[in-house]
Design a protein around this ligand. Structure first.
Ligand code: PEP
Ligand code: CO
Length: 459
């Protein structure tokens, strides 16, 4: 299929064409009429983002793909409606902005900030039902679908939740925009930074040194007269979520000129469980202008990856496809080189990012789903190395994190152990890095990016 003349012309696309394909991971609604009613009401509501912002993000991903910018994507595994509060949004935004400052300083290139926020309400599940106290209940599929409470009534797929998800997304995004416009991004004062959680004296001294140097450079730039300028206080921030629940995504899809945009988020990704080549999700995503992430797990073959990229982006435009590898520390080093080689051989324009969380999930003996900070770090190390050796480069990272002091992942600067997990285990879904673990991860990444600047690629 290397000869473009032999590639069959894609079938015509519409925001509904996915409905003719096999689909996975969708709830069953017992009242289709009210589902259609809610979808129609969502369709008539104003977009959450503007197509110009989507285009700008794509331009920034072009830069990232070329190695001239670095992407930081992060947020909860599953956002919850009840967490749409001032405190939760501020703390998440703060940690993402702080991480991005640390990364900018380390990499000396702009950081593109993308929140897993303002719409991350739908979750894929490994099973349709779960047994609770001897009763089989439908699984919780995220607040956009059903309630987490273990009762049949709560677990019913409720179409009204689609409209609620729209409004919670709008409230979250509105708050993020207000915070950024109002100067919340002004984090160059030491009192906004807390390194008190770092137990190791050597690491603490090292991070304090890095922070001092970073804040010093910021203050120097300020002293040159940039103080108070919008460039300093406001930053761009993009919203993203997994595009799982296709009826909702369809309702957020708008024709602009000759193009279709999903204006419910700037960027969306296809999860590892819904990326079947002939499936409904790939069909939907090939038709929109937004940058599209593809989660790439260890089961994918190089040939399948190539076909998937071509299906989503037949024109091979830069900045449109972001491959988010989540191979796990046990497979990243072995599998990545062949995947990178395949995209290079076929000259496919992709932006490589790494999600070092989802391939490293384990369950403790006492039943807690957790991730080891060291495994996350190790997958990143292998990923940087594989790209470096292949003459490619890692353009971004994707984390599940929160600004709160939760105890969901073990290890990190507070040296959390399995015994610490029950203390503040709050996630509805996967374990997240807490404030300290996220900040430490940023410092470690900044060191890696600094080294990378100093050692040119192998090819
Ligand atoms: C996720 O990002 O929360 C997720 C379910 O990831 P993946 O599709 O990579 O398993
Ligand atoms: Co997750």
């Amino acid at each position: 299929m290397d000869n473009p003349d032999m590639t069959p012309a894609p079938q015509s696309w519409s925001p509904q064409s996915w409905r003719h394909k096999e689909i996975r991971q969708q709830p069953v609604y017992d009242d289709p009429a009210s589902l259609e009613r809610v979808l129609n009401s969502v369709r008539s509501l104003p977009p959450l983002v503007h197509q110009g912002e989507v285009d700008t993000l794509r331009e920034q991903l072009v830069l990232a793909g070329r190695g001239d910018a670095f992407i930081l994507q992060g947020g909860d595994c599953a956002e919850r409606f009840e967490d749409c509060t001032r405190e939760a949004i501020e703390s998440k935004l703060k940690i993402i902005l702080q991480m991005s400052l640390v990364l900018t300083w380390g990499a000396r290139i702009p950081v593109v900030r993308i929140g897993r926020m303002a719409g991350q309400y739908a979750k894929p599940r490994s099973s349709d039902t779960e047994m609770i106290n001897g009763t089989a209940l439908p699984t919780f599929r995220g607040d956009i679908v059903n309630g987490i409470e273990p009762t049949l009534a709560a677990r019913r797929a409720d179409p009204n939740r689609l409209a609620q998800a729209y409004f919670y997304s709008a409230a979250t995004l509105n708050n993020v925009r207000a915070l950024l416009d109002g100067g919340f991004a002004d984090l160059h004062h030491p009192q906004h930074w807390d390194l008190g959680f770092v137990r190791s004296v050597t690491s603490r001294a090292e991070y304090e040194g890095m922070l001092d140097r970073m804040l010093d450079s910021l203050n120097f730039v300020e002293s040159t007269g940039v103080r108070g300028s919008a460039a300093f206080r406001t930053v761009e921030f993009y919203a993203s979520h997994e595009g799982l629940l296709l009826p909702y995504e369809e309702a957020m899809t708008v024709e602009v000129g000759k193009h279709w945009y999903n204006l419910g988020a700037h960027m969306l990704w296809i999860g590892e469980r819904t990326r079947q080549l002939n499936g409904a999700h790939v069909e939907y995503f090939r038709g929109i202008e937004n940058p599209v992430g593809i989660k790439v797990g260890p089961s994918i073959s190089a040939a399948e990856l190539v076909e998937l990229i071509r299906a989503i982006e037949p024109a091979n435009r830069e900045g449109r496809v972001m491959l988010i590898t989540r191979l796990g520390a046990s497979a990243a080093g072995n599998r990545l080189p062949e995947l990178i080689a395949a995209t290079r051989e076929h000259q496919l324009n992709v932006v490589w990012a790494c999600d070092p969380m989802h391939g490293n999930t384990i369950t403790t003996e006492s039943g807690y789903k957790t991730r080891r900070f060291d495994s996350i770090r190790e997958e990143l190390r292998q990923t940087f190395e594989a790209h470096h050796k292949s003459g490619s480069h890692l353009s971004g990272v994707h984390f599940e994190l929160t600004g709160a002091d939760v105890t969901e992942c073990v290890g990190g600067p507070q040296e959390l152990s399995e015994a610490d997990l029950p203390r503040s285990y709050e996630t509805y879904c996967d374990p997240r890095l807490n404030y300290g673990q996220s900040l430490e991860m940023a410092f470690l990444l900044a060191q890696k990016l600094q080294q990378r600047r100093q050692v040119p690629n192998a090819k």
